[in-house]
Design a protein around this ligand. Structure first.
Ligand code: C2E
Ligand code: CA
Ligand code: CA
Ligand code: CA
Length: 280
């Protein structure tokens, strides 16, 4: 590496090297994660904004190799770049199917309406996705109508034609679709109405300031109005306090997800909470 003058460059170069090394070790670790049973799922309850009743759970992936826990914010982007998200995503999807069938067995009609699962664009680009998913649905006897696929707005809009085709295929199988992190990308109204979308999830970044920042308030209010006008269900993520909840309720937001109500839970805890809340 050329020395570019002085220490500044040196410093930059070695930290870059460190980053590359870390990425490599994460990549190698991820390859073994499924077999070594280092992956697990947390279930974060999503509640009705008015009744506070649990209406859904979002599956959130956790990875705990020997050295502790690595955040999905760190390993998911790497899994996406290396393609590892395809087998990992299939594993998560299998968990969603299993939980959906088990909960429906357990709770019948009173089971939470949806199980929400994150799907990255890289998975949508996989030619085998539909066939693989159909196999899992059959194997677990899951009901696709109760599974909500969350796809981020940014990745959705990056390759709208391909994604549109795949989403239509998934919608035909009965799956529901949510646009995740809504507001961080740039979908046009025209694009939004072309997609088989049922739910919009407003990103935490916007919810964060609604109690005291006029701009966030305006954006959130407008987005909720827009979504409802299109007949979509609106979810706000990252709701942490009562003031935010009150604003969101006033704006007509349907569902709430956030630490104010629940953190991501172990499955046993989730089951306990649902049974306590609804006296099932
Ligand atoms: P996301 O899909 O936007 O998920 C919501 C994130 O916000 C989760 O972080 C959740 O724990 C966190 N959260 C929920 N309520 C609150 C709150 O009130 N305050 C704060 N500060 N945070 C809250 P987590 O679990 O660390 O996941 C991070 C991201 O990793 C997710 O963001 C999602 O993009 C990705 N991810 C997680 N699991 C999967 C998965 O199975 N597949 C894929 N493709 N991505 C996943
Ligand atoms: Ca999500
Ligand atoms: Ca988010
Ligand atoms: Ca996200």
């Amino acid at each position: 590496v050329k020395q570019q003058g002085r220490d500044g460059w040196h410093f930059f170069s070695s930290s870059l090297e460190e980053k590359v090394r870390k990425k490599l070790s994460i990549t190698q670790g991820l390859r073994m994660a499924i077999e070594r049973e280092e992956l697990s799922i947390r279930f974060q309850p999503i509640v009705d904004a008015n009744s506070n009743r649990i209406v859904a759970a979002e599956l959130l992936l956790r990875w705990h190799p020997d050295e502790g826990e690595i955040s999905p914010a760190v390993f998911i982007p790497i899994a996406e770049m290396t393609g590892m998200i395809v087998p990992i995503g299939a594993w998560v999807f299998a968990q969603a199917c299993r939980a959906e069938a088990e909960w429906r067995q357990r709770w019948g009609e009173n089971a939470p309406a949806y199980i929400s699962v994150n799907v990255s664009a890289r998975q949508l680009n996989d030619k085998n996705l539909l066939a693989d998913i159909e196999k899992l649905v059959t194997r677990y006897n899951a009901d696709p109508k109760r599974i909500l696929l969350e796809i981020t707005e940014t990745s959705l809009m990056a390759d709208i034609e391909t994604n549109l085709r795949m989403l239509r295929g998934l919608a035909n199988l009965g799956f529901r679709v949510a646009v995740d992190d809504f507001g961080t990308g740039y979908s046009s109204l025209a694009q939004l109405t072309r997609l088989p979308v049922n739910v919009l999830k407003i990103d935490r970044a916007f919810v964060d300031g609604i109690e005291n920042q006029t701009e966030s308030r305006a954006v959130v209010r407008a987005v909720i109005g827009l979504g409802r006008a299109l007949g979509l269900k609106m979810v706000a993520e990252g709701v942490e306090n009562q003031a935010q909840l009150l604003e969101l309720r006033n704006f007509g937001c349907d569902y709430i997800q956030g630490y104010l109500f629940y953190r991501p839970l172990l499955e046993d805890q989730f089951i306990e909470v649902v049974e306590r809340e609804s006296s099932l």
